[in-house]
Design a protein around this ligand. Structure first.
Ligand code: FES
Length: 167
């Protein structure tokens, strides 16, 4: 084999190698485009609630209309409105996060830290709390009241669309 044919063979080998690299890069690009396309058109549902964040407060019939029940260990109050709807309030004061108390004689939640007062729907009656008590989503499933304690919801004021009803 002479020098010219050796050089020719070396160039051919290098060309084959580069062609192979381009093929691999092309296949990788196809996979990536497919993956990105799939991710865009089939986003993961971020609204799914994990089973572990749902607290079962009990059967719907164990809560009378117009009653408030404390679940202090789980950091919420569950209120069943006079019309039968449910709402769960976080025990955290919206000022600096102290735990509020229900004072039945006054029909108010009162914060022991800086004395913010809230009505039974969590609306601010006296500052420094800047907004109503946060709520937790309530789900009613098989007549059980499930509270999603992983997700508190900020509210500007109470409205009846925040209540959850049995179907
Ligand atoms: S933390 Fe409740 S009033 Fe300040």
């Amino acid at each position: 084999m002479n020098k010219t044919s050796q050089k020719q063979e070396s160039i051919t080998t290098r060309r084959d190698f580069i062609k192979t690299l381009w093929k691999i890069a092309g296949i990788a690009a196809i996979f990536e485009f497919t993956y990105v396309g799939f991710s865009i058109f089939n986003p993961r549902k971020k609204t799914q609630i994990s089973e572990t964040s749902l607290f079962n407060a009990g059967n719907i019939d164990s809560f009378k209309n117009g009653t408030l029940t404390q679940f202090r260990a789980n950091k919420f109050f569950l209120y069943r409105h006079a019309d039968g709807g449910f709402i769960a309030f976080s025990v955290k004061c919206t000022h600096l996060g102290c735990s509020i108390n229900w004072v039945a004689e006054r029909n108010q939640f009162i914060c022991p830290c800086h004395s913010s007062h809230f009505d039974i729907m969590g609306n601010v009656l006296s500052s420094p709390a800047p907004r109503p008590l946060d709520s937790f989503p309530v789900i009613i499933s098989n007549n059980n009241i499930l509270i999603n304690t992983a997700k508190s919801v900020k509210r500007s004021k109470f409205s009846t669309n925040q209540l959850t009803y049995a179907q």
